[in-house]
Design a protein around this ligand. Structure first.
Ligand code: ADP
Ligand code: MG
Length: 348
């Protein structure tokens, strides 16, 4: 038996460790934007602008008007496992912010040309730190900038060729981004969003201030037909709250492309929740047709585990069966009623 020579064990250089870890959260431009938008939302911003070049492959910039980061904390913000959102397990189990892992900025900055610029109410100018994918940080240095934070990510994956190979054409990446941005815009009506692609304004949605502007946002994102063929609902049982719009059975789709479900303001992709909704519509839809809906489920944060997956797509509930039942029953009752009403109007 011939064994390969023994190789000494060595700790990975920290930048390489960051690049490896980056694979967990940063898959493509859309996942970078998701993290940056979550940070902007967590900062309390009510205006967020996303500027892209070449489907995000070349430039991704997210600018917010939130509370900002103090100059002394800029370098901490970009280091791994550093967060202002939780300090303890008690805080983790009741987390309300979208972020909490303290990894996004460290990951993204390890695989791009990266600049973080911020200005709090205490600063007379903005300050910025930057790095070029080698783990060497420059700054903080003063910069021009309004209150809030801007993160600029240039040349994503330029230093990780294996990853870069999987970047698709700008058009393809942009389609992914548009879908993600749409979800996030739907999930936060109180925030105004702008999306610019190659210096062209693609979306410009002012913050919703009343029912009318909310309807307008819905119409812009999902179309007039959905607005006309949906009912607005609101249910509460115990501490659980469900609100939003349910597409009427007459407005059904060949695909699941108009199903939006947000749990505590998070964009989630959860099979069990989707399944509960599918069951709720089962009696009123033809086989193979899919419902359209925009739903906001709100549960006490301590009943929700969001720490299931690094990208935070999946969630777990403390009383999952009851939550699924609540969802299924509320939606089933709501969509059955208008159908019963319209049937009773049919002659014969
Ligand atoms: P997490 O969001 O999980 O805390 P991140 O790496 O995304 O981790 O961000 C690290 C920290 O940097 C955050 O906890 C927050 O304090 C700060 N931060 C990041 N982005 C922003 C922003 N847009 N506005 C204000 N603070 C920010
Ligand atoms: Mg974050």
């Amino acid at each position: 038996q011939t064994l390969a020579p023994i190789r000494a064990i060595a700790e990975l250089p920290s930048n390489l460790a960051d690049q490896i870890a980056a694979g967990e959260v940063v898959e493509r431009p859309a996942s970078v934007i998701k993290e940056l938008l979550e940070n902007a939302l967590d900062s309390g911003a009510d205006q967020i602008e996303i500027r892209l070049q070449e489907g995000g492959n070349h430039v991704i910039e997210v600018v917010d008007n939130g509370r900002g980061i103090a100059k002394d904390e800029l370098l901490l913000a970009v280091s791994r496992h550093a967060t202002s959102k939780i300090y303890s397990m008690q805080e983790l189990v009741a987390v309300r912010s979208l972020g909490f892992r303290g990894e996004a900025l460290a990951s993204i900055s390890s695989v791009s040309d990266f600049t973080l610029r911020s200005r709090t109410v205490h600063d007379s100018s903005a300050w910025q730190v930057s790095a070029h994918g080698d783990g060497i940080w420059h700054g903080p240095e003063p910069a021009a900038g309004a209150f809030g934070t801007s993160v600029k990510v240039n040349n994503l994956f330029f230093n990780t060729p294996a990853r870069k190979k999987f970047l698709r054409a700008p058009r393809t990446e942009f389609i992914q981004i548009e879908q993600l941005v749409k979800r996030i815009i739907l999930s936060h009506p109180e925030v105004g969003f702008k999306l610019l692609h190659n210096a062209k304004m693609v979306r410009n949605l002012p913050a919703c201030t009343d029912e009318k502007s909310l309807q307008l946002r819905l119409q812009t994102l999902l179309g007039q037909e959905f607005v006309e063929h949906s009912l607005q609902i609101e249910f509460a049982v115990q501490d659980w709250h469900l609100s939003g719009w349910l597409g009427l059975p007459t407005f059904n789709r060949a695909q699941t492309d108009m199903q939006y479900l947000f749990v505590n303001g998070r964009v989630v992709k959860d099979r069990q929740l989707s399944f509960a909704l599918k069951q709720a519509y089962a009696d009123v839809l033809y086989h193979g047709r899919h419902a359209a809906y925009v739903l906001f489920l709100q549960v006490p944060p301590e009943q929700l585990d969001v720490n299931v997956h690094p990208a935070k797509h999946e969630v777990r509930f403390a009383h999952s069966r009851d939550v699924y039942d609540f969802l299924r029953r509320s939606v089933r009752d709501a969509v059955a009623k208008p159908l019963a009403a319209s049937e009773s109007l049919q002659p014969g």
